[in-house]
Design a protein around this ligand. Structure first.
Ligand code: 5GP
Length: 206
């Protein structure tokens, strides 16, 4: 019997361009992981190379609003004029199966998850410097200049809420950042409050 059978919900946030997507990919390449990515729903248009159902579920505003009305989303928020939200059923199923579910969402949504699932672990990713963030947004080249400005403005407001997270991880180098997150996940599993009830059961086994 494992000490801890239920998976962990890991909520990652950080300013646009900080490298959350790249860190996530590095995390999924770590040995012996059972990570599962929570694919969000959005009304924004796909970027080049993005696939429906893999990067996001791309839907219309009408469809998104219908999902909200049906209470199908764990959380949702508007970010730079577009809706983003997390389908609920997938997360419940994967956690029950023992998978670690990784969510990559902005802060307003993360605060809603904190209310509904306080047992989740909240990690805020920061760039090594402000300039590094600007460089990344420009190099990525997927946003128009006014959108980059909007995203930088938004980043400033997101930083103000970083103190509400359990951990802050610096993305100085992708592998290092992913490694720190993996270490956090392992340590969180070992926390007494998560595993003590399983330990008690284990002691009763004959
Ligand atoms: P992007 O357009 O760059 O893919 O995402 C913009 C922002 O929306 C990012 O900060 C990303 O983490 C966030 N985001 C992505 N999916 C969700 C979601 O399901 N819910 C919320 N609240 N934010 C999300």
């Amino acid at each position: 019997m494992k000490l801890n059978e239920r998976g962990l919900l890991v909520v990652m946030s950080g300013p646009s361009g900080v490298g959350k997507g790249t860190i996530r990919k590095a995390l999924f390449r770590m040995p012996d992981n059972n990570f599962c990515y929570s694919v969000s729903m959005t009304t924004r248009k796909p970027r080049e190379g993005e696939k429906n159902g893999v990067d996001y579920f791309f839907v219309s505003r009408e469809e998104f609003e219908q999902r909200i009305a049906n209470d199908e989303l764990l959380e949702y928020a508007e970010f730079v004029g577009e809706y983003y939200g997390t389908p609920k059923s997938f997360i419940d199923k994967k956690l029950a199966e023992g998978n670690e579910v990784i969510m990559e969402i902005e802060v307003q949504g993360a605060l809603q998850v904190r209310e509904k699932m306080p047992e989740a672990v909240f990690i805020f990713i920061v760039p090594p410097s402000r300039q590094a963030l600007i460089d990344r947004l420009q190099v990525r080249g997927t946003e128009r200049t006014p959108d980059i400005e909007k995203r930088l403005e938004k980043a400033k407001r997101e930083f103000d809420l970083a103190y509400k997270y359990d951990y802050i991880v610096v993305n100085d180098e992708v592998f290092n950042a992913a490694d720190r997150i993996y270490a956090i996940i392992r340590a969180e599993h070992a926390k007494t409050e998560r595993s003590i009830h399983m330990y008690n059961k284990l002691m009763e086994e004959r």
